[in-house]
Design a protein around this ligand. Sequence first.
Ligand code: FAD
Length: 501
Amino acid sequence: MSDSQPLSHILIVGGGTAGWMAAAALSRLTQSGVGITLVESEEIGAIGVGEATIPPIRTFNAMIGVDERDFVRATGATYKLGIEFVDWARRGDRYLHPFGTFGADMDGVNFHQYWLRLKAHGLGGSIEDYNLCAQAARLGRFQLPERDPRSILSTLNYAYHFDAAAYAAFLRGNAEARGVSRVEGMVKNVERRGEDGFVAAVTLSDGRRLAADLFVDCSGFRGLLIRQALGVGYDDWSEYLPCDRAVALPVGGNAQPLPYTRATALDAGWHWRIPLQHRLGTGYVYSSHHLSDDEATDTAVSRAEGEALGEPRLIRFTAGRLRKAWSHNVVALGLASGFLEPLESTSIHLVQAGISKLLAMLPDGRFTPVLEDEYNRLTSGQMEQVRDFIILHYKATERDDSAFWRSVAAMAVPDTLQRKIDLFRECGRIFWHDDDLFSEASWLAVMLGQNIVPRRWDPLADAVPIGDLSAIFDRMGKAMNEAARAMPTHAQFLAATINDG
Ligand code: FAD
């Protein structure tokens, strides 16, 4: 396709979460005459894990016109207020990375600078006392945020845990209703044009040929088009993120689902616990250099809190990303574009971010090399930000009780992350850039949770007399606690959502 020809047909290869998210969102283009087809193979199936999300998923659902109650019912979803990290900095530690903000704006000085000063005087509570999501999570309570910025409830923020396979099926209904065609079949061959190497069509095992101008590769770890056909290279980040396997084990029964994900550090990686309405998603992400598959499976099984719903499933991966997520006329989304372990629930978000960028690049259905370059530059930057945030959890540990933890504590980390750690340790500063996925509050929660203690605080925080400051914090913590206690329990709120209307 040249820049003089508008796009007329898009083929999405793969019908996992990424494929159907792309189909649901891009189907908005069908209104401008662009045809969209999705091909998937039931024989191959989708990965089927991927249950915890971050708040921007709500923007995605709103964009495709999804009603929250319908979505919660259809996907077995629960509400998520953050992630609890257990045993990460030291054995016996636990902290929350909550959504939402800490404290309140105080004369333009960061809230946590006042908090650092109070702590140095032996005053004030835990940082979690000043975050409403954290307070509600600890009490197992939930309600939707208020819009009025004067209300303390406006500081709430939330995402969901859901059944990824059910979400893909739900999105399929949404996409098909807007004109997306689905083809069942196995892609066997990718045909490229001689003159420019662009992909012309894919052929299925039964001989059918599917042509398009733009191909969205959502074929999972295989990367059928982007990696296998176009040969785009992969940046391997396992020197920073050595976990390369997971054993997934869904477990039955979950009468009182917690409104947060739990990530527990184990000897050679970490264990996830994700509460859905009808089951728990669990599994062990680990480094195969430090643990055998059998040992990991035994650990996952021994940690099951209920009856296993099926056999443990082993998944292999290499942390990293494609050198170019967009090459020629192929854009890769989801696992085809790279993978970072699900410690901060970012994979589905990265699919969403890729789709948003793609939509922004195709307002008139034409694309050019300059758009491709911009897409790749933005995508690489986002992956690096997420990578750095995940590495922080490993690097900032005091654990030395296993070879795995000794090696991650000693590893060199990217300069971009090292600078952030040094800056925070020196003076508690976090600089947030517009396109950072994780806010100041997120970095703060994890830096403090991983026991990085700043040496000093902002001198501007000295302006308030210490007694007054202590009283302000006391009132703020109490107000948050009262607001959290007044919320319904998460189970009550869910039941009301599911049974409403
Ligand atoms: P897949 O689900 O693998 O889908 C690939 C699709 O391509 C399938 O439909 C398949 O049939 C099709 N396909 C492949 N080859 C062919 C072919 N030859 N012909 C036709 N069709 C083909 N993300 C989160 O956001 N939160 C989490 O908590 C989370 N947890 C995770 C835990 C683990 C252990 C792993 C491995 C991943 C996790 N993820 C998580 C990531 C998440 O699962 C994926 O990002 C998401 O499901 C998207 O997957 P996908 O659609 O790219 O790939």
